[in-house]
Design a protein around this ligand. Structure first.
Ligand SMILES: C[S@@+](CC[C@H](N)C(=O)[O-])C[C@H]1O[C@@H](n2cnc3c(N)ncnc32)[C@H](O)[C@@H]1O
Length: 356
């Protein structure tokens, strides 16, 4: 991971200056979303981005438009840019999460995991309290959700038959997670595996490989895949603070549906809309847009990545719209389909793959 750091710095000399038009040149000043035209040549300015782009252009065709924060880019451009953001922030990610959220992300994650109650007889295999369970933590990054899942299943529910696969498109994030995992009890380490994959196509995966040189790309290259996640093989699919970064969210939801067993649960923890409480919301927005990029600059030396993070939160669909996307993928939802946390700053959405 340390070896990757200088390459990361080169990879994003400035995301905004490499990819994004200056604010005064925005083509759609009437709304604060701007359209970016990026040539392949401009993406090739950094070795990491060039590698990432080469690998990702093979994943999805045609290359449709999507959003990168407030900018409009193509899906393959977004993959390369998101790769650079998370490669850049990997080392400081855990510290920054605490600073940006005053530690609230820990409370949300604890709540997310305890309400899912891993290790307790899943609906997909209700054969007893110690029944095997396969949890797939997508966009698992540095391991916060996966480690909590294992602790809850093994220590709280005393079920050692729960296995967790932590999967991410970015090897830099997974590598930080892998080194953090060495402090887990041996039995939990044995139940954990690290897999590189794009959430939008889980038929192509490979086990995490170490980052050996600064020039190496840290973005999963599907042409190097050695396996895939089979249909109907997962009891619980989790994704926390990951899905807003995906280029093609409906494709990721379809993949979640494919890999889950009938009765299996899709669970997503993501930033959401707090606009039911206007005063609170305006303070929260001020904090997000003013303080977070500044903290990113001061603590992680990277303002642009944190500017992207707050813009991506703003762009993400509201609770009802995301619930409908989950239903469109085939899941059934109960009640209104989500739970607001901290007034809607974050929300948990759940869906179940119907039993046939
Ligand atoms: C904000 S981090 C969240 C990490 C972790 N789940 C947590 O809650 O701390 C978002 C993660 O999404 C990953 N990611 C972005 N696009 C992805 C994709 N298409 N497939 C899989 N992971 C992706 C990033 O590499 C990054 O590790």
């Amino acid at each position: 991971m340390a070896a990757a750091r200088p390459a990361l710095k080169r990879a994003i000399p400035s995301l905004r200056s490499t990819f994004l038009l200056p604010r005064q040149q925005q083509q759609q000043p009437q709304c604060h979303h701007h359209h970016v035209t990026i040539s392949r040549r401009s993406l090739s300015t950094s070795p990491s981005l060039r590698n990432d782009t080469q690998s990702t252009t093979t994943t999805t065709t045609p290359d449709r438009e999507t959003h990168f924060g407030f900018s409009t880019v193509t899906e393959s451009q977004k993959r390369a840019m998101v790769a650079s953001v998370f490669t850049s922030v990997a080392d400081s990610y855990d510290k920054m999460n605490d600073l940006m959220s005053f530690g609230w992300h820990r409370i949300w994650k604890d709540h997310f995991v305890s309400t899912l109650n891993p290790g307790f007889a899943p609906l997909s295999a209700p054969s007893g309290p110690s029944s095997p369970q396969h949890i797939l933590d997508i966009a698992g990054g540095t391991g916060d959700i996966a480690f909590r899942m294992l602790h809850h299943a093994h220590a709280v529910n005393a079920n050692p038959n729960v296995k967790v696969t932590i999967s991410d498109i970015n090897r830099a994030m997974l590598s930080v997670g892998k080194s953090r995992s060495t402090s887990l009890p041996a039995s939990q380490q044995a139940a954990l595996s690290f897999v590189e994959a794009n959430a939008e196509d889980l038929s192509k995966t490979r086990a995490l490989t170490p980052i050996l040189s600064q020039q190496e790309q840290t973005f999963f290259d599907p042409s190097t895949a050695t396996g895939g996640i089979p249909d109907n093989s997962v009891d619980l699919y989790t994704v926390a603070f990951g899905i807003r970064n995906f280029s093609d969210i409906p494709a990721a939801l379809r993949e979640a549906y494919r890999v889950l067993k009938p009765g299996g649960v899709f669970a997503c923890l993501e930033f959401s809309k707090a606009d039911k409480h206007p005063l609170f919301n305006s303070v929260y927005k001020e904090w997000s847009f003013r303080a977070i990029p500044l903290i990113g600059q001061l603590v992680a030396g990277d303002r642009d990545s944190y500017q992207y993070l707050v813009e991506s939160i703003e762009r993400f669909p509201r609770q009802e719209e995301f619930r409908d996307m989950i239903k469109d993928a085939g899941f059934t939802v109960s009640g209104e389909g989500w739970e607001d946390l901290t007034g809607g700053v974050a929300a948990i959405h759940r869906g179940m793959k119907p039993r046939v």
